[in-house]
Design a protein around this ligand. Structure first.
Ligand SMILES: Nc1ncnc2c1ncn2[C@@H]1O[C@H](COP(=O)(O)OP(=O)(O)OP(=O)(O)O)[C@@H](O)[C@H]1O
Ligand SMILES: [Mg+2]
Length: 357
């Protein structure tokens, strides 16, 4: 997709459209940038984003009163990449996304979005972003199509162009047959698809999606993944948050595991699994209360054992061999499952907790 109209003709997004997020109220990072000269004699920002880094943050912090929600994170998202924040409730994902969306000022740290400073260039940044907030904020009293048309007008896009784009986007999210229906009675999945369509009306080069599929049934989630995958193929850079490991595995080229405002690890899904887990996991279920007692006797069969309330997880590169050894020791678990390691295992290893509690 091409870029939207010149930023000079674009009005800043109304706050309502951005999920009730607050507008930046104070300047946070007015430190002069250290500069040097390139070989061409041009001023170059040292320790700043590269030309292809659409999101660049160093030491980013966000506090609310005494509470630190984001505690010094470094992020680099390259053009064309699909980048994810994976973390449980309260990890600081939305707080980070609102800073990246240039609607919430950082308390500390340095941040550049599309090479620009959100403190001084918020409207120009927001004009080139698509934002899907965690909670849908569609206008329930308007029709599906009207939601797109009105949103498009905030960007100063000519009406005929908005109408053409709206039709194209409704087709893209498979809502053409609901175009003239009110939003209110739509299903959750349809509303989410409409919010995504709306976020694309200005043909953004960077799309921010805060938990795009939370609360949707598996079919609706897969339909949304398909749409997001197509956007990525068209060259749109995606930044998303999720607490679904399968979503992170499906959609993200690279992700950070976030917990308690900090980044615990970073890499591609395969790299993270390779670094923090074994190839396979043997899941054993014993009658309630017996899991802990069996763990000690099985320790030598695995690189690591996790005792969860309802099952034991034996981390090993050969799950079948471990399962056979368990049976040879005369143990009869009520269920035995060998599976590949997932990002859930990575999270458990890094934090000692499950992603969805
Ligand atoms: N406006 C605010 N004022 C005060 N505290 C806030 C505010 N926004 C977020 N917080 C707190 O900051 C922490 C991180 O919240 P945030 O919404 O960023 O987490 P999250 O990772 O998006 O969680 P979730 O998965 O539940 O959406 C939470 O403890 C939250 O209560
Ligand atoms: Mg959130």
């Amino acid at each position: 997709m091409s870029q939207c109209a010149s930023v000079h003709t674009v009005k800043p997004l109304p706050i309502k459209m951005l999920g009730g997020m607050s507008r930046p109220s104070s300047s946070v990072d007015n430190m002069p940038e250290p500069t040097s000269l390139t070989q061409d004699g041009l001023a170059k920002v040292a320790d700043g984003p590269g030309v292809d880094e659409l999101v660049w943050a160093r030491g980013l912090r966000k506090t609310y009163g005494d509470f630190t929600a984001v505690d010094g994170v470094d992020i680099s998202v390259r053009r064309g990449e699909s980048f994810g924040f994976l973390g449980p409730n309260g990890a600081g994902k939305s707080s980070t996304m609102r800073m990246i969306g240039a609607v919430s000022p950082a308390t500390e740290g340095r941040l550049r979005i599309l090479g620009r400073d959100p403190v001084t260039e918020g409207p120009a940044i927001r004009a080139r972003l698509g934002v899907v907030p965690q909670a849908d904020n569609l206008d329930q009293e308007l029709t599906v199509r009207e939601n797109l048309l009105i949103y498009g007008r905030y960007f100063g896009i000519p009406r005929a162009q908005i109408r053409a784009r709206a039709d194209e986007l409704l087709d893209f999210v498979q809502l053409t047959d609901r175009a003239d229906d009110l939003v209110e009675p739509l299903s959750g999945g349809m509303k989410r698809r409409l919010t995504i369509a709306r976020s694309l009306i200005n043909e953004p080069e960077l799309l921010l999606l805060d938990e795009p599929t939370t609360g949707l049934d598996p079919q609706a989630r897969h339909a949304l993944w398909d749409r997001l995958f197509r956007l990525k193929q068209r060259g749109v850079t995606l930044v998303l948050t999720t607490h679904y490991m399968d979503e992170a595995e499906q959609l993200c080229d690279r992700l950070v595991v976030m917990d308690k405002g900090r980044i615990a690890a970073e890499g591609s899904p395969a790299e993270l699994i390779g670094t923090y887990s074994t190839r396979e996991v043997l899941e054993l279920r014993f009658p309630t209360g017996e899991n802990e007692a069996h763990a000690a006797g099985l320790a030598d069969l695995a690189d690591r054992i996790e005792v969860l309330p309802d099952r034991l997880l034996l981390y090993t590169d050969d799950g079948d061999a471990a399962a056979t050894a368990v049976v040879e020791r005369g143990l009869r678990p009520s269920s035995v499952l060998v599976r590949r390691s997932s990002l859930e295992d990575v999270f458990l290893r890094l934090t000692g907790r499950s992603l969805v509690e």
